[in-house]
Design a protein around this ligand. Structure first.
Ligand SMILES: [Zn+2]
Length: 190
């Protein structure tokens, strides 16, 4: 591996640091995964993305593809798996890339990191990053997928009106009052 997307490893790691705050190993492996997935998509296909974990991978997808959380082309479906997919946004056909346990056996530092076999401070991060760079796609597998109709397309929020309780605009389909007023607010008090 000498490139991630159109970037050299060094350029990519600099972007990661600027965007993510530090050079997290998950963004390096994640970048290699995204690069692999992109290479499997036919040119010209408009694709959406799914990250199966909220950790690291969504940032790699946002750095390397046009898909972001904000534009709705990236969905995070938290299955707890270090895996992601890209798929044709119209027919749902695409590719899923995942860390393959069988292949990880040959890469000790990557295994120790992924399976959390040692506390972070006891892991050699430089060696881990070097191993990821050397391994590249060798620790990954892919399979062809079709995304379910339920997950295709944008989920419309429907009609909006002011919440009778807090007064802020909210999607009416959420109920008589907004979700925050239904007790789902993350804040103490009102
Ligand atoms: Zn409200």
């Amino acid at each position: 591996m000498d490139k991630i997307g159109r970037y050299s490893f060094e350029e990519y790691l600099k972007m990661v640091e600027a965007f993510h705050g530090n050079v997290a190993p998950g963004l390096l492996l994640g970048g290699i995964m995204v690069d692999y997935a992109v290479s499997q998509m036919a040119a010209g296909v408009l694709f959406d993305a799914i990250s199966e974990t909220p950790a690291c991978l969504p940032d790699a997808i946002q750095l390397l593809t046009p898909c972001t959380i904000g534009n709705g082309w990236l969905k995070v479906i938290d299955l707890g798996l270090f895996a992601m997919s890209l798929y044709d946004k119209y027919n749902g056909e695409g590719v899923r890339v995942f860390a393959d346990p069988e292949k990880l056996k040959d890469w000790e530092d990557i295994s120790i990191w992924l399976y959390k076999l040692k506390p972070k401070r006891e892991q050699d991060k430089d060696r881990l990053l070097a191993q990821m760079e050397k391994a590249g796609r060798a620790v990954l597998s892919k399979r062809i997928i079709t995304v379910t109709a339920q997950h295709l397309g944008k989920t419309s929020r429907g009609a909006i009106s002011d919440c009778p309780e807090c007064g802020e605009p909210y999607p009416k389909k959420d109920g008589a009052v907004c979700l925050a007023c239904q007790g789902q607010s993350p804040y103490v008090g009102k």
